[in-house]
Design a protein around this ligand. Structure first.
Ligand code: BG6
Length: 486
């Protein structure tokens, strides 16, 4: 694997959950795989003066156990040599001069400032970095999602960050874009001739995109209660997946070629009227139930969640991409916490055959279906009808299965690992451009407004189920069912 250029990476929120769960482990994996330049330093920032020793203790407790079989004594020891801890209060401008001194301002050196903090700190951090001279053209800032709370706050952050950094220095992260299986979605669509002629309204009946989680809100009750599933998952991950499914073939994989096509899809999304919000969206919230046979608490009993909370932990909606390729094809998007199974999947339901040649009634024919499983157990299944052995002409739905883990034995890098390497290498294609993000917020805004104006309370669902009954009702009104109900 080619190594990165020399770099410094600075984690704001270096002792936080994201850094310990994802960022540090991903850099360790990249280090172990030999992908990081020898001359690469990692600075964790935190408010408490715990020093490198204190930080290493934290990593021993929180990161090492996560690495499981990937932990390797020698790699861990050499990885440690890259680490530094620097005490800084992100809100105190005076602290940044010390950071600049520690880093040493060398304009030719790639310096990545990863803002793994609450979004309300983004503006202050970027202003302070600039004041300390840490915004030269080789400085890149990575902004974690959610970027703001709505269109207005996201615009305010983008405008303020944009005053100190050029757009090509800003990496807005959506970790779904770094997943191997999401990359594969591009390969399936644009590396094969087979599907392209069929990839349109004439042959496709409906499309379903699901990201279901078994996890609840864990330690993030406070954040989640302010956020909800629409902002946390749908506005970002689900819309990005929809873009990749629905976009026109880009002319190349260059950053703007892909992002231009995604933007066109977002612009083509039919805006929701009030009536649409009331009939084509479903809000849900989990009550207590069981996950894999273990009892779990309801959302309102979760740590740091308001016991009267009306925040949604589930959302399903019917969208339409109003253009020549997709007009009239329903796109059903759904996401939820504490669902029956952890699964992220895209289902392309093709139309049924037009005429019954076989003795069985046409209603019993299953239509062709392409099921792209993004996680876990990444696979692609193509369902089609085949004859059962025997005298009678009996057809049955069967499938061709491509299991990626059986097919490819190589190591699968975590999404964050790929994205961190991309930032260090200066590749922007897998990051959201400002206009894309603004467009995504504009589209979800009427939904948020209508829910709040009409005080639409979420419908409860039992933890460990597939969401509220209304979610199935949404599809049945369109004459279809969710994938797991087929
Ligand atoms: C994050 C959300 O962006 O994605 C979390 O904030 C969610 O709420 C997570 O749990 C899901 O990511 P993954 O990769 O585990 O599917």
């Amino acid at each position: 694997m080619a190594t990165t250029p020399p770099f410094d990476i600075v984690f704001f929120g270096g002792t936080g959950d994201l850094a310990l769960r994802k960022l540090i482990p991903s850099l360790y994996q990249a280090h172990k795989a030999g992908a990081l330049n020898q001359d690469g330093r990692i600075f964790a920032l935190g408010r408490k003066a715990i020093g490198l020793e204190g930080y290493m203790e934290l990593l021993e407790q929180r990161v090492k156990p996560r690495l499981g079989l990937d932990y390797d004594e020698a790699s861990w020891a050499s990885f440690r040599d890259r680490l530094r801890f620097h005490t800084l209060d992100a809100g105190r401008a005076a602290d940044y001069a010390g950071l600049a001194d520690t880093l040493g301002i060398t304009p030719e050196r790639v310096t990545v400032c990863y803002l793994a903090t609450a979004p309300h700190l983004f503006i202050t951090i970027c202003q302070n970095l600039a004041k300390a001279g840490l915004n030269h053209s080789n400085v890149r800032v990575v902004l974690e999602k959610p970027l703001g709370h709505d269109l207005e706050s996201s615009n305010a952050i983008n405008a303020a960050v944009g005053r100190n950094f050029a757009e090509n220095q800003i990496y807005r992260i959506d970790h779904y874009l770094g997943k191997e299986s999401v990359q594969n979605l591009m390969a399936i669509r644009f590396g094969n001739m087979l599907f392209e002629p069929l990839w349109r309204r004439e042959w496709i009946d409906n499309i379903q995109i699901t990201i279901a989680e078994e996890l609840g809100v864990e330690e993030r009750g406070e954040f989640y209660d302010r956020t909800g599933a629409l902002r946390d998952m749908l506005q970002s991950h689900l819309l990005q997946l929809l873009c990749i499914v629905a976009m026109e073939p880009p002319a190349s994989l260059s950053e703007d070629a892909v992002r231009d096509e995604k933007l066109k899809v977002l612009k083509a999304l039919k805006p929701f009227s009030n009536e649409d919000v009331l009939t084509k969206t479903v809000r849900g919230q989990y009550r207590s139930g069981a996950i894999n046979g273990m009892p779990v608490a309801g959302y309102r009993e979760e740590h740091k969640v308001d016991p009267d909370s009306n925040t949604e932990t589930f959302v399903a909606l019917q969208a339409e991409v109003a253009n020549w390729r997709w007009a009239g094809v329903p796109f059903f998007l759904r996401t939820g916490k504490r669902m029956q199974e952890r699964v992220a999947e895209i289902v392309i339901n093709f139309r049924k055959v037009p005429h019954a040649v076989f003795p069985m009634p046409i209603g019993l024919h299953s239509a062709n279906r392409l099921v792209i499983r993004l996680q876990p157990k990444e696979s692609v299944r193509l369902y089609f009808m085949a004859k059962e052995p025997g005298d009678a002409m009996n057809l049955q739905s069967t499938y061709l299965n491509l299991d990626f883990h059986t097919m490819f034995k190589a190591r699968w890098a975590d999404a964050y690992e790929r994205l961190l390497l991309d930032v260090i290498r200066g590749r922007l294609a897998l990051f959201m451009r400002r206009d894309e993000q603004a467009q995504a917020w504009s589209w979800v805004e009427p939904i948020l407004e209508c829910w709040s104006r009409h005080s639409i309370a979420p419908k409860t669902y039992t933890a460990g189920s597939w969401g509220p009954a209304a979610s199935s009702g949404l599809l049945s009104r369109a004459g279809v069912v969710w994938q797991e109900e087929t």
